[in-house]
Write a protein that binds this ligand. Structure first.
Ligand SMILES: O=P(O)(O)OC[C@H]1O[C@@](CO)(OP(=O)(O)O)[C@@H](O)[C@@H]1O
Length: 451
């Protein structure tokens, strides 16, 4: 059986990357969400198996120097300017090494890059190494947004560790004022640059001179991001008749315990609101077990069925138990355990294939506000891997218990998780590597979505 292995040309998820290497250069005053954008872009690209790394110039500066003094960011402080320039050079040198020796595909240079001369210098360095540049400017004049960013992110920054948050915020505002004195937005004089200018967190965007598919993919993703507070609720369908018999795939009905979960789900969702009502949209797959699970939810909540949320297609093994598969297709069974992410069922799919078809779902999730997704074990593993940065080795082995609701809330750095258990018994559908049977108690090391 041929496994879907990634190749450098196509990276295995159908993204044509060829020999393209791109440096995404963040541009913007402090507290404009640059680091958040950089982190999200990296997470998205890695999820798609595109090797991406963030080079944060602030971290290089901190490595080389003690806590910055009050006048460190003053435009007239030559020593401050020298240290900042040295940090940028160290970051760019490391980035070029990474492209050359580790064959990275997308680097994200996270710094203010606030002057035309700094941007020109980066472009020239990259040009001479055959690396494309894509400048991404986050421009925001909305005072409320800037303030909430200052308070949420910057007062927890390593520069202000252990300091009084009020003082830290004041110092940070001074730092912004210093940058404002020299800040040059990307304008007509830089039309030879490839850039995306995001104004007021996505209200308006300007795109200039995009050169290829890979760049357009990054730009499309960044244009869809928003930073409004919202949550994503995840649930498997209630226990199905196939779950009870240990069969995979199919389109079975809910078991009596699965029906109980469906009846309890509205209450569980209300509990997760913790006193605050939220408008919700419900997404299910097109299979009976997810639609039945969502059917008691309030009628005023929009419901959408997505084919892309259907369970991983197990091809010729559909409707079989794991023991039957091990008996009938022993080599396949073994191959799947060896490389579960890449193994593609005969006539069916691999986890890697599922990620490709989930990409529009992720894009839509990024654009949306509160969404409840009722779907399947393999699909939830892939969606969870995107939000929680799980790697491909581990994600197909995550334990996704039946009958619990998981609430994810994306925050500036990382995603918060809260689990609500229905306390309705169900079989376990988790199988460990090398085993033909399902396990009631996954091993201690097994990561669970519900913990
Ligand atoms: O990748 P593995 O671990 O086999 O898990 C996926 C399997 O989970 C199952 C249950 O065993 O999901 P579901 O409950 O949605 O039916 C199978 O249908 C599916 O093939």
């Amino acid at each position: 059986m041929e496994l879907a292995r990634p190749s450098r040309k196509t990276n295995g998820v159908g993204v044509q990357v060829g020999d393209t290497q791109v440096c995404v250069v963040m541009v913007g005053l402090p507290a404009r969400g640059k680091s958040l954008i950089a982190q999200k872009a990296q997470r998205y690209l890695k999820w798609l198996s595109i090797d991406a790394r963030v080079f944060n110039v602030g971290n290089y500066r901190r490595k080389g120097a003690a806590q910055p003094t009050a006048d460190f960011f003053d435009v007239n402080n030559a020593e401050g300017e020298r240290v900042r320039r040295a940090a940028a050079e160290a970051a760019v040198n490391d980035m070029i090494k990474w492209f050359k020796h580790e064959h990275g595909i997308i680097a994200i240079l996270d710094a203010t890059n606030s002057t035309k001369s700094r941007r020109r210098w980066i472009k020239d360095r990259c040009d001479s190494e055959g690396i494309e540049t894509l400048f991404v400017e986050s421009k925001c004049d909305d005072e409320d947004l800037i303030m909430s960013n200052i308070l949420e992110v910057k007062t927890t920054s390593p520069d202000y560790k252990g300091q009084d948050p009020e003082k830290a915020a004041q110092d940070f505002r001074n730092r912004i004022r210093n940058y404002e004195k020299i800040y040059e937005t990307i304008d007509e004089s830089e039309q030879d640059l490839t850039y995306l200018k995001i104004m007021d967190v996505g209200k308006r965007c300007i795109i200039n001179a995009i050169q290829d598919y890979l760049q357009s993919r990054v730009v499309y993703y960044l244009m869809n991001l928003h930073i409004k507070r919202r949550s994503i609720w995840l649930s498997r369908h209630g226990e199905s008749m196939y779950n009870v018999t240990g069969q995979i795939g199919g389109d079975a009905d809910l078991s009596p315990r699965g029906e109980q979960y469906a009846s309890k789900l509205p209450e569980l969702v209300m509990q997760s609101f913790e006193g605050q009502e939220h408008p919700l949209t419900v997404w299910t797959s097109t299979l009976k077990r997810t639609i039945a699970t969502a059917r008691h939810l309030p009628k005023e909540w929009n419901q959408l069925q997505w084919k892309a949320l259907d369970e991983l297609d197990s091809g010729v093994c559909d409707n079989m138990t794991y023991a039957e598969i091990a008996e009938e297709y022993p080599e396949d069974f073994e191959a799947r355990d060896q490389d579960k992410y890449n193994y593609r069922y005969r006539g069916g799919e691999s986890y890697r294939d599922v990620v490709i078809r989930l990409e529009p779902i992720i894009m839509e999730l990024e654009r949306s506000e509160n969404i409840l997704i009722v779907t399947h074990q393999a699909i939830l593993r892939c969606i969870y891997a995107y939000f929680m940065k799980e790697d491909q080795e581990r994600s197909p082995w995550l334990n996704v218990p039946l009958h619990c609701l998981i609430k994810l809330t994306p925050r500036a750095y990382g995603t918060e998780k809260v689990v609500y258990k229905a306390n309705i018994d169900a079989v376990s559908t988790w199988r460990g590597k090398g085993s033909k049977a399902l396990h009631e108690d996954p091993t201690e090391e097994t990561e669970s979505l519900a913990k």
